[in-house]
Design a protein around this ligand. Structure first.
Ligand SMILES: Cc1cc2nc3c(=O)[nH]c(=O)nc-3n(C[C@H](O)[C@H](O)[C@H](O)COP(=O)(O)O)c2cc1C
Length: 225
């Protein structure tokens, strides 16, 4: 068989590789689910890796129970997305080190760890790859693909700051869910969440209307004294 047979053709383009999303046991699980929602609505394939420690936080924060089977269907149901989208979403347990995102031969567009706990941050920054989320992040860095880390802790101690700095030096984008105030869009919790999710999508060059960009906003009318 000639190698040319394997080339993608315009009439049969290969689907875009998935984006790996890691949800860990930091507060802010809604950020992870909102990102998944937006990616799926954009037709992006998502490979979700979810840590066991995140289960309790997810339940406390969203009421969603993540244990057991059929996780992908339950996530879709939670997000009010149609079951037909299940082809776009794979969910992996954190101990599945044999799962596809564990290998650099598996193509992805990159990975987002959102929210990223200080525990998982420490594992990634120090090359401790005994969980799938840490291994997938390690693979993302070694393959020079986009790694976006959305850390959640306050305040940070020196260990957190050192680990964040180490990851930034290795090419990761550190994108904390910072409060933002400079446009009316940001005046609600939803507006704040949309801002962070929009900033993550920007990192992958994905178009969205989650917030108004500076320069496209209508400035408030001047008030006469
Ligand atoms: C309700 C709740 C909220 C938590 N919030 C945070 C947090 O914001 N940041 C953090 O680093 N850890 C947080 N933790 C602690 C982590 O869940 C814990 O360190 C865990 O071991 C992280 O494991 P993982 O990185 O494998 O998910 C929280 C725990 C609970 C129960």
């Amino acid at each position: 068989m000639s190698p040319a047979t394997h080339e993608p053709s315009l009439s049969n383009p290969r689907p875009k590789p998935p984006i790996v999303v890691g949800i860990t046991g930091a507060s802010g699980s809604i950020l992870g689910f909102r990102l998944i929602e937006e990616l799926l609505k954009l037709g992006q394939r998502v490979q979700l890796v979810i840590t066991e420690k995140s289960y309790q936080v997810i339940f406390e924060e969203t009421g969603l129970k993540m244990g057991g089977q059929n996780k992908a269907l339950r996530v879709l149901d939670h997000l009010n997305l149609p079951e037909s989208m299940v082809d776009l979403l794979d969910v992996f347990e954190n101990n599945r080190l044999d799962a596809a995102p564990s290998s650099g031969t598996h193509m992805t567009q990159g990975m987002v760890v959102i929210p990223c706990s200080m525990g998982t941050l420490g594992r990634i920054a120090n090359g401790i790859t005994d969980t799938l989320v840490a291994r997938a992040a390690d693979v993302t860095l070694k393959e020079h693909r986009k790694l976006v880390v959305v850390p959640r802790e306050s305040p940070f101690n020196q260990i957190h700051l050192r680990n964040l700095s180490l990851l930034a030096q290795c090419g990761a984008v550190i994108l904390p869910p910072m409060l933002t105030f400079y446009l009316p869009d940001f005046g609600t919790i939803d507006g704040q969440i949309n801002y962070t999710i929009g900033k993550v999508l920007d990192q992958f060059g994905l178009g969205h209307d989650l917030y108004t960009r500076w320069g496209q906003h209508i400035p408030p009318a001047e008030t006469s004294a």
